[in-house]
Design a protein around this ligand. Structure first.
Ligand code: APR
Length: 254
C-alpha cells in the first residue's frame, strides 16, 4: 500500500486536470448498502425492473404514492439515506478539491453526502434524493418547497410533471448534468475511481475514455472492478481509510 499510495499521490500531483468518479462504495462506511456484491441491495432483492421511468410516465400518481411510502429495496435505501452522514472518504475528496488536486467530482450516488462533506464542483449524474425535478423545464426544487397535497405534484414554474431528481432506470440522464460530466471527463488526464463496480453507463464510459486517451486511473476499492485492468494504480481498501491516507501522502510530497 505504501508504494501504491506514493504512486497515486505522484500521479495526482503531476496531473494537468484530475477529477473523481464515485459510486455506492463511497457511502458504505456511512451505513448505506451498495447495490451489487455480497451486501448489495440488488443481490438481496434482485435487480429492479429496467423500465422504472416508463412506469412513472404511465402512472405518475402511483409512482408518487410508491415514492412517498416505499417498500422493499427502496424502503431500505431511503431509510439508510435518511440517517447517513459523510465519512472520511467524502471529506477527503472535498479536501483534495480545496487543495486544487481534484477539479470536479462526478458521483453516481443520490445520497447528498458529497455535498454535505463540502464538495463544490459536484456533478450528481444519477440525481439527488433530496431534490425534486421538473421533467419539462429541468428545474430542481428542495423537497420541502413542493406541495404534495395533489399527486402527482406539478412544477410551480411551468406546470410540468415533477418527479424525484433521482434518475430512474430507463430514464435519460438530464442533459445539463450529462453535458457537464462529459466536459469534465474530456478535460481530464487523471481520474480517481472510488467505490464503483463501473458496470452502469454512461458513468462507466468516462474512465474508459480517459484511459484510452492515455490518462491515468487510480482505483480505490476493496475488491477488483470492471476497471481494475485499466488502472495505473489500484489502492485496495475501504475508501474511508484509503482516501484520507492519500491526502496525507500528497501533503507530504507537496
Ligand atoms: N470503499 C470503497 N469501495 C467499496 C467499499 C468501501 N468501503 N465497499 C464496497 N465497495 C465497492 C464494491 O467492491 C463495488 O465495486 O463499491 C462498489 C459498489 O458497486 P455497486 O454496488 O455496483 O455501486 P455503483 O457502482 O455505484 O452502481 C452504479 O447502479 O444500481 C445503479 O443507480 C445505481 O448509481 C448506481 C449504479
Amino acid at each position: 500500500m505504501e508504494s501504491s499510495l506514493d504512486a497515486a499521490a505522484r500521479c495526482l500531483l503531476e496531473a494537468r486536470y484530475a477529477i473523481a468518479l464515485t459510486g455506492a462504495g463511497l457511502s458504505v462506511e456511512s451505513g448505506i448498502p451498495p447495490f451489487r456484491g455480497p451486501n448489495g441491495l440488488w443481490t438481496k432483492y434482485g435487480e429492479p425492473p429496467m423500465n422504472g421511468y416508463e412506469r412513472f410516465l404511465a402512472d405518475p400518481r402511483k409512482a408518487w404514492e410508491e415514492r412517498l411510502s416505499p417498500s422493499g429495496p427502496m424502503r431500505e435505501l431511503w431509510q439508510a439515506l435518511s440517517g447517513a452522514e459523510p465519512n472520511p472518504g467524502h471529506r477527503a475528496l472535498a479536501e483534495l478539491e480545496d487543495m486544487d488536486i481534484v477539479r470536479a467530482t462526478i458521483t453516481q450516488n443520490v445520497d447528498n453526502l458529497h455535498r454535505v462533506a463540502g464538495s463544490r464542483r459536484l456533478l450528481e449524474i444519477h440525481g439527488n434524493a433530496t431534490l425534486i425535478r421538473c421533467i419539462q423545464c429541468i428545474t430542481r426544487f428542495e423537497r420541502d418547497e413542493i406541495d404534495y397535497a395533489m399527486l402527482p405534484p406539478r412544477c410551480p414554474r411551468c406546470d410540468g410533471l415533477l418527479k424525484s431528481d433521482t434518475v430512474s432506470f430507463g430514464e435519460p440522464i438530464p442533459t445539463d448534468v450529462l453535458t457537464a460530466c462529459g466536459e469534465e471527463a474530456d478535460h481530464a488526464d487523471c481520474m480517481i475511481v472510488a467505490g464503483t463496480s463501473a458496470t452502469v453507463y454512461p458513468a462507466a464510459a468516462f474512465p474508459i475514455a480517459i484511459a484510452e486517451r492515455g490518462g491515468d486511473l487510480i482505483e480505490v476499492n476493496p475488491y477488483p472492478s470492471e476497471l481494475t485492468a485499466l488502472c495505473r494504480v489500484t489502492l485496495t481498501g475501504p475508501a474511508g481509510e484509503v482516501l484520507p491516507a492519500l491526502v496525507e501522502r500528497i501533503r507530504a510530497l507537496k
